[in-house]
Ligand binder design. Structure first.
Ligand code: FRU
Length: 470
């Protein structure tokens, strides 16, 4: 099946893409590197593809940044601005960009993963691999990868967190080249089966209390607990060496099936915190309908923390830059609804505030009669997402057709807030300012062009409805 390119979501020009890598803001540009196989539209020898943007939405594609070498292929990692030249890799005191990645080496069924670095003196256009790679040898752990590096102000040290089997390990450094192991976190906490991938660790302010807390995010793959690859987080404290959790357990970040390997941008101005994830799932990523390119990223999302129900929750919403692409196609305030239809564009944003005491259903549909349903059950404040009739679904048995989420968090007040981003092959739903999120792929054979809002039993009161084309 030929599929149209998403309008809002980042896709590679050609061939395969998975995790976002090396997200860094530098001299007016947002960099997005990504796991890339330049030879085929399925996973293969990993390179780092590269793009830059000035607004997080329109991307300029650049040359491949990192290619495999004698130490192995180039797995996931991160990038930082070494602004004081603490690595002494740059000639002048203004420093430059430094990237960290995993070299993945396979021979005769044996796998070896080590950590390496590369640096760029020309705003990320070309990269020089450090001549003493690897900078961290493998300590005897098969899955030992995905270094995320950041600067920790309070201790004045660089920190690296990486995945090590079913936990994360933390290293520190003064010069980005010599790393010392300091702690580990998560064994038997996040995953009973399966392994961790792509950990991230960052500080956020809690919107409604002003506290500053740390979020440790990790991805789980090949685990049985919830069948597929998905992302979780812990909220806690980090003292420059140890992470300790405050919430009693880890929480799912996204209740859909297509949000994975998210990474936060480093060096962002104006104390913003933004990340994006790979919009797919290892269970079927290689089989989703594709042309000569395969996979998209989620929309870049503003991230924050909120306190609710005596816990801390991560909240996500599309970056505010998206407002610049909005063109209003419908706006309505205070009305009662039984059943109503609205014409809609293939890429659109829908924002709804609706009475939380009644059941209702939102359906997105195309002229072939393919549809996606979002059903809200007021009892227990649960939502069911159904993509069974959404178009092409039979490419994999693991492409789950229905999922339930809830009870929704942040249900103070009389209205449920729903914000939906629709694009050619995806639906991202943000409830109650993004405390609960669903990210799901869909493959309709024609573009979605209709939305209907139906109340199951009796009239439901809508406080506000806005529809924009994007
Ligand atoms: C996560 C992951 C990483 C690894 C990369 C390989 O999706 O498995 O752990 O570095 O993809 O492409």
């Amino acid at each position: 099946m030929e599929i149209n390119r998403p309008k809002l979501h980042f896709t590679p020009v050609k061939n395969w893409m998975n995790d976002p890598n090396g997200l860094v803001y530098y001299q007016g540009e947002y960099h997005l590197f990504y796991q890339h196989n330049p030879f085929d539209n399925v996973w293969g020898p990993m390179h780092w593809g590269h793009a830059v943007s000035k607004d997080l939405l329109n991307w300029e594609h650049l040359d491949i940044a990192l290619k495999p070498d004698e130490l192995g292929t180039i797995f996931s990692g991160s990038a930082v601005v070494d602004e004081k030249n603490s690595s002494r890799l740059f000639e002048d005191e203004n420093g430059g960009l430094v990237a960290f990645y995993t070299n993945h080496y396979e021979e005769g069924g044996q796998v070896r993963e080590t950590q390496s670095m590369a640096y760029s003196k020309d705003r990320g256009r070309t990269w020089i691999k450090y001549d003493k790679n690897p900078i961290i040898e493998n300590p005897g752990i098969k899955d030992f990868r995905d270094p995320k590096v950041f600067y920790h102000k309070d201790t004045g040290k660089w920190i690296m967190i990486l995945s090590a089997g079913n936990k994360a390990m933390i290293y520190i450094s003064e010069n980005l080249k010599d790393w010392q192991y300091v702690s580990e976190f998560g064994e038997n906490l996040g995953a009973k089966t399966g392994i961790w991938e792509c950990p991230d660790l960052f500080e956020l302010e809690v919107a409604n209390t002003g506290e500053k807390l740390w979020v440790l995010k990790f991805d789980l793959v090949r685990h049985k607990e919830n069948t597929q690859s998905q992302t979780k987080y812990f909220v806690g404290d980090f003292d420059g060496k140890n992470f300790s959790m405050l919430n009693p357990e880890s929480t799912w970040i996204d209740f859909g099936r297509d949000f994975y390997a998210a990474q936060s941008w480093s060096n962002l101005p104006n104390s913003r915190s933004i990340w994006l994830g790979w919009m797919s799932n290892w269970d079927y990523a290689n089989k989703i309908p594709a042309n000569d390119w395969r996979s998209a990223m989620t929309i870049p999302r503003e991230i924050g923390l909120v306190r609710a129900e005596e816990r801390y929750f991560l909240a996500q919403k599309p970056v505010r830059e998206i407002k610049n692409s909005r063109e209003k196609i419908h706006g309505e305030e205070e009305f009662l609804i039984r059943s109503k239809e609205y014409p809609i564009e293939a890429s659109a944003e829908i924002s709804l505030e609706i009475e939380k005491y009644k059941d209702f259903e939102i359906r997105f549909e195309n002229s072939l009669g393919e549809y996606v349903d979002l059903t809200y059950n007021s009892e227990g404040s649960k939502v069911i997402f159904k993509r069974e009739k959404s178009g092409v679904t039979e490419f994999s048995e693991s492409f789950e057709k229905e999922m339930e989420i809830g009870p929704l968090i942040g249900m103070e007040g009389d209205e449920l807030k729903v914000n939906i981003l629709l694009d050619q092959n995806s639906i991202e739903v943000f409830f109650n300012d993004g405390i609960d999120v669903i990210t799901n792929l869909i493959f309709p054979k024609e573009e979605i062009n209709k939305m209907s809002l139906t109340s199951a039993k009796d009239q439901v009161r809508v406080k506000k409805l806005d529809i924009w084309s994007l």
